[in-house]
Design a protein around this ligand. Sequence first.
Ligand code: ADP
Ligand code: MG
Length: 850
Amino acid sequence: MKRLEVNREKLSPMMQQYMEIKDKYEDSILFFRLGDFYEMFFDDAITASRILELTLTGKQAGLEEKVPMCGIPHHAYITYIDKLIEKGYKVAICEQLEDPKVTKGMVKREVVQVITKGTRIDSNIDSKANNYIANIYDFSYCYGISYADISTGEINAMLVEGEKDHLTKEIIKNGFKEVIVNDTINREIIENLRSKYNILVTITKEESNDKNYEYIYKEIEDIRLVKTLKHLLQYIIDTKKGDLHHLQKCKIIKSSEYLEFDINTKKNLELTETIRNRERQYSLFWLLDKNKTAMGSRYLKKSIENPLTNKIEIERRYDLVTKLSTEFILREDLIKSLEKIYDLERLTGRITYGNLNAKDLLQLKSSLSVLPKVKEILLQLKYDKKIETYNELYSILDKTILEDAPFSLHEGHLIKPGYNKELDELKKISSGSKDFILEMEKLEKEKTGIKTLKVGFNKVFGYYIEISKGQTHLIKEEYGYERKQTLANCERFSTPILKEKENIILGAEEKIINLEYKLFMEIREIVKRYTQSLQKTAKIISEIDMLQSFSVVSDTYKFTRPTLTNEKIIKMTECRHPVIEQVMKDKYVTNDIIMDKTTDILLITGPNMAGKSTYMRQCAITVIMAQIGCFVPCKSCTIPIFDKIFTRIGASDDLVSGESTFMIEMKEANYAISEATENSLILFDELGRGTATYDGMSLAQAILEYIHDKIKAKTMFSTHYHELTSLEKDLKHLKNVHVSAIEENNRLIFLHKVKSGAIDKSYGIHVASLAHLPKSLIKRAEEILSIYEKKNVKKETYTQTSLFELTESEIEPKINPIEEKIKQINPLEMTPMEALNFLYELKKEVKEKK
Ligand code: ADP
Ligand code: MG
């Protein structure tokens, strides 16, 4: 049965209400609250019953056929929502806004929020990672991106110039779960995000002009950023609906302030998850995360994804890490305090928006209780930011919220005695009456002489006097007992006095519950006023937690403080791969990575399995660690600040499938070559391996020459084409190194030690034998090799006058006058009219050329 085709007039009133609400939430599964259940109807019911493995039933709704229906208990909805959201659905939660018990006619219902992948804030989301929703606004010559974590209130915005590949890279790198776009955006991008990366994409048109949230973008001058922010906000307002004042002022992200690298680099270096099983364990994040708070962990993850480029800021972090390591007693005190601090960021989120409960306020209280101590420690550490201590807020919470308050706000037992007179009075009445009941039991026993007489309470019948069947004949009329309920072995009675007391007790209890709820909400309003300040404090706590974590790992794993230099040199002595080292312990062989002013390229040769890839990875990881302000896994380390890192790690280490491998490899190489500057770090691991030998070798050489002559970026280039090692003669800034291995009794022993110079043998057959290929096969391979070697088909690389040498015109594309023009303008300084005129002129020029 199709929902849109049914005859609505025939429907029952409740079903008509359902239809009206569902019309507004076509793209969501509607959870329609009916008493203790959320019910789904029509297609929603069919979809949800399939995904959630629920029984599909039918509801009589006035039509000939029953309407498909399924339901879930309302208190367990989170687990069900998890599954639906993971599958890319949105869920609209429709609640009863009135109490059915006291409402005549239809209960009012309304959608209170829509839960989606990128907007969820419940307790099931990962506490160590941000959950971002983003807007992408296509300006046809660039993209505006804004993104928010609704649980913490963080909002950022940036511009991305260039190709759509750039945009996709940025989206993937930041791990957006959900993206909303304007409808002019390229369809290919949307499809790509949906199918390849499982991102929920929604097309929207509306932008927010809500004055309440203007503060988020008010100080931003770039209208493009404002545009994307307004779109993002409207979507958040539409889905979340409640008070969103925990959303913070937008921070503008400028790519030059961060070390840039793309998703492949993040993946290849296993920064936040491993390649093999995509788990956090054994990633760099896992190794460095000794944070005590979830906020600290999230900040660390963000820092690893966005290392800094500002020397002063990096050095500031080094100084604090040093200080924490020398003052280790203070550090211990700090750690102990941090352990008591809960997720302040998400707590403040819940205070403004969401299901705040008394436990949350108790967590807030616990967090506040250690802040004076933290403040004192930070003062002693000469930490340069001040935190507040919130004595007043603490004392309010301390005076009000009961230590053992329940999760629910509708059962009472929230507020401490002594805070509110009316509440205390009511509680006195309620408990006084309870005493009265005990007293009454005693008196009635005496009066009737029935020893087993009991005064009790149940929810349906209220207070009663219970007398066992065998004793009922002892009841005299003058007692005024009225029969209330008959059970198998006893009778229950009431009396006028008992009824009167019952009314007082139940009346008081209901009043208590309502009053406690009201007081709790008042306290919440008070706490709300601290939102912005608490968010500031949360930021400081995140940073100091991350720094103490750096200090702890640096001590534990013997990391060293790097020296940042303005010269273009890399000097890492006894460098290790920090994660592999922890797995291998003392079996790990340390290596120096030295590239002086005159060396830009290290050409790395060595047998398979020798440690080439590891050697390259450890260099990049050291750079990243240095630029997030952590110490590094070296004995000593002097490096410049890099602007970008590019990696192309060998195809076989990749999950990408066969055929397209080479193409992907070349695309990556092109990306690196077109984006790298002389301040970048490039890692090319066995580039060209995916194609025929001569093709691959020629390409590899051409790329090396290009980097050498044109880019001059620090580059590590591993290869199994040892012919390339002769390039050292002609390329002044290229140096050969090799990872050594020795042959012993016809077996290959890997030393994992990097030495200068080249090696001339690939030992491929030896490695094959390690893989237990059949002995006869290995032997045959050795025979064939020796034939080749006898023929001495020595391959030389061609340099200088080589076939591969590129003429200047091939390397440098001809200057395009239109491109030149575009380079000269600054769109930020143009008025819209000027921009339009400029565009018009360009268009004319292009036309004339044709
Ligand atoms: P290649 O890239 O040369 O084929 P890898 O870098 O992939 O080699 O290293 C192969 C294996 O050798 C790694 O999985 C690791 O176990 C080991 N290895 C690499 N470098 C070292 C080292 N410096 N010390 C000890 N073991 C290492
Ligand atoms: Mg390798």
